[in-house]
Design a protein around this ligand. Structure first.
Ligand code: NAI
Length: 257
């Protein structure tokens, strides 16, 4: 067990998508610090292997599994490999996602871009839950899905991302009701602006781009991936045993009206 663990999840197995980068990587590491063995899933093969190595350096156990969340066979194979390696599945963080390539009003929005974003950011979460739930049902557990501030408020020029992230919250609520009585708790997190490679692409990694984003954050800074990881860990823990179908906003006040 990693030395810094508080042991919340000793003997448990977690599966994290989008684990090669940003919020997913930070959360995979946080699960490992809590003593969980981790299935580190991402479409990016070198990235997920690097995350798995970081977990091993902490003294934890991980398996890197390549997985495109839009492909059923990939999702099933990644979960099967995780269970083969560690014997069970208790916890899942369905977090893989992409940002829009460019903003455009709804009537001018590119249809292919719509399909790409809905496919990864919404249908991918559904496919992961579809194949995780039968495994978690064996002993119970928890699932957290990544929505966004764009799941709470509308984003001008971003109809697909807004619809996908609102959809993640609806999907989370429906699944939470489906399995509440069977000992699987399903919740969502809604991050604000978080300093990750995705945010780097969004701001163009310029001082001006970063300053604009920060100006929209009442707290006066971007969030850190670890601040989302902490919320996911709490939502998966017994401390959140009565939390069902909740969309937890962690956003420095960005969506507070
Ligand atoms: P990131 O770009 O740093 O990491 C996303 C990861 O998802 C990457 O490793 C990428 O390879 C992976 N991925 C993309 N498509 C995939 C697919 N089809 N199958 C499997 N993996 C795939 O992004 P970040 O910032 O860590 O975002 C994580 C999640 O948080 C996303 O769902 C994003 O929409 C959401 N989010 C991020 C915010 C931010 O400010 N960074 C704000 C609100 C939500």
């Amino acid at each position: 067990m990693p030395t810094q663990s508080n042991g919340n999840f000793v003997g448990k197995v977690a599966f994290v998508t989008g684990a090669a980068s940003g919020i997913g990587r930070a959360t995979a590491l946080a699960f490992a610090r809590e003593g969980a063995n981790v299935g580190v899933a991402d479409v990016s093969e070198p990235g997920n292997q690097a995350t798995a190595r970081m977990i091993e350096e902490l003294g934890g156990r991980a398996i890197a599994v390549q997985c495109d969340v839009t492909r059923t066979e990939d999702v099933k194979a990644a979960l099967d490999k995780t269970v083969e390696a560690f014997g069970r599945l208790d916890l899942a963080f369905n977090n893989a996602g992409i940002e829009p390539k460019k903003a455009a009003p709804t009537a001018e929005y590119d249809e292919e871009e719509w399909n790409r974003i809905i496919d990864i950011d919404l249908r991918g979460v559904f496919l992961c839950m579809k194949h995780e739930i039968p495994l978690i049902l064996k002993q119970g557990g928890a699932i957290v899905n990544t929505s966004s501030g764009a799941g709470i408020i509308g984003i001008k020029g971003s109809p697909a991302y807004t619809a996908a992230k609102h959809g993640v919250i609806g999907l989370t609520k429906a699944a939470a009701l489906d399995y509440a009585a069977q000992n699987i708790r399903v919740n969502a997190v809604c991050p604000g602006y978080i300093d990750t490679p995705m945010m780097g692409r969004f701001t163009g990694d310029t001082d001006e781009g970063r300053a604009k984003v920060i100006s929209e954050e009442p707290v006066g800074r971007m969030g850190k991936p670890e601040e989302i990881a902490a919320a996911v860990i709490w939502l998966c823990s017994d401390a959140a045993a009565f939390m069902i179908g909740h969309a937890m906003v962690i956003d420095g006040g960005q969506t507070v009206q």
